[in-house]
Design a protein around this ligand. Sequence first.
Ligand code: AMP
Length: 283
Amino acid sequence: MQIISEPREMQRLCASWRCGRETIGFVPTMGALHAGHLELARRAKRENQRMITSIFVNPAQFGPREDLERYPQPFERDTQQLADLGCDAVFAPTKDTMYGAADFLHGTWVDVTPFDEMWEGVTRPGHLRGVATIVTKLFNICSPTRAYFGEKDFQQLRVVESLVRDLNFGVKIVPCETVREPDGLAMSSRNAYLSPEERKSATVIFRAMKAGKALAQSGETSVAKIGAAMDEVFAQEPALQQQYVTIVDAETLTPLRELDGQSARILVAAHLGKTRLIDNLAL
Ligand code: AMP
């Protein structure tokens, strides 16, 4: 497995594969890999002749008071796991090679409206723009045939789909189901920040979403009633501070009042102590 930090070198390698008519499956990550990431990588490996991953903690998608500085970076463990899965190349650039050594060297940004005006876009200003910009750069460097994204970051997935459609990228976006711990907590690199007590409290997110889903499956169509049922479960864990809990149209992410057969999604963002967690579930 090759580990490459220079964008041009990665670009040349991927271009040579594409010229040889090989398909490339690409899994962009910020590292600190867990079973969710590895599931994406396994699928990319199965469905393509070449499988590549990027590991880059993208400063452009972190706000000034977020966890950029403390984001875990167990690079050797990550690359070992990817090598074990048969990854062909890991692209691990530095901040300077991606954005230039001074801020003014990078002046081109990708904005994805209207998604950046809702949910994650509002609670993390600039985050989705940072995501759309780095994904654009990575697609141009890695020329993937298919790129694999987790439903765990549901709004990010919609942003990337929008980006590919609007800017005519020739890549197929493959959504992958959220991988969960046995108790339902969605796997996330940020779970490592949770104290044992917080880790227990965190399970309330999945329990609340499941309660909402069960009510919807029993025939309830009022979003307010489903929301109230979820709130009852959330109330069992006062340590968890909701940022937003909403039921939206799964395509447009606009809030729903009534379920009437359209595909709907519960979206949750919450803080436990200093850790911010997000999750979602199809209704
Ligand atoms: P990250 O390293 O957090 O930027 O995530 C890299 C990719 O892995 C993104 O497409 C995420 O949506 C995906 N991912 C993260 N957690 C999970 C999970 N629990 N299940 C499935 N995919 C995930």
